[in-house]
Design a protein around this ligand. Sequence first.
Ligand SMILES: [Cu+2]
Length: 259
Amino acid sequence: MLRLPYILSLMSRQKTLGLGGLALLTSSLLLTGCSKVSGLGFEEGVSSVNDESLTLWQGAWIAAGVVGVFTLILIMWPAFFHRLKKDSPEFPKQTQYSIPIEIVYTVIPFIIVAVLFFYTAKKETAIMAKSSSVMHQISVVGIQWSWQFAYPEAGEKAVVTGTPAQPPTLVVPLGERVRYTLTANDVIHGFWIPAFMIQMQNLPGVTNHLEFTANKLGEFPGRCNILCGRAHSQMLFTVKVVTPAEYQAYLETLKGSTV
Ligand SMILES: [Cu+2]
């Protein structure tokens, strides 16, 4: 694969390379981006939220890549092809207060922001939609500095409370939609499961709702992502996705006991 320093040295040595060099540079950067990082750090099909968010995440990076490459070309073009020439030491023509150019560079960013806003709002509406197919309820309370997970299906006492020294496990069923009720009993916390592309705040005095389906068996790390005090960094938890039968067995073990 062609490397960036090699392309730049090629361009600086051969002044006639012109647009061809820039096109080579652009396509090399784009191809590097596309072939190596398809999910850009996230895996497909892990949760129902992930299914919605992944394309938005990829699209935003592609948009950023296109803007970045275009901006790089605008910077490189005068640096390489309009540098001071020995045989004509005159100061180059200056263009300023050009209304058409100022309109263009105001309108283009506005269009980019509007497109990103449109798709973000569309995805957020889909993620936040309440479904009639909810099969379970779990309450998530943020406390300084751990988490409390309650499973009302298994009774009032089915509550799992973690501590910084013993982070709790949130057990969820595979392929079954769960409605989560999020709140906090002291300060603001952030319920974050990176692999699921989920983040929602736990606010004292406010009840937030979020529904999603976990679609892959396994264990996934969860964290608090709102700075909430001294032991914030220890507000960890594990999400354990189990089969529906294992989930029912887990609920049975919680019945009548506080963990
Ligand atoms: Cu925190």
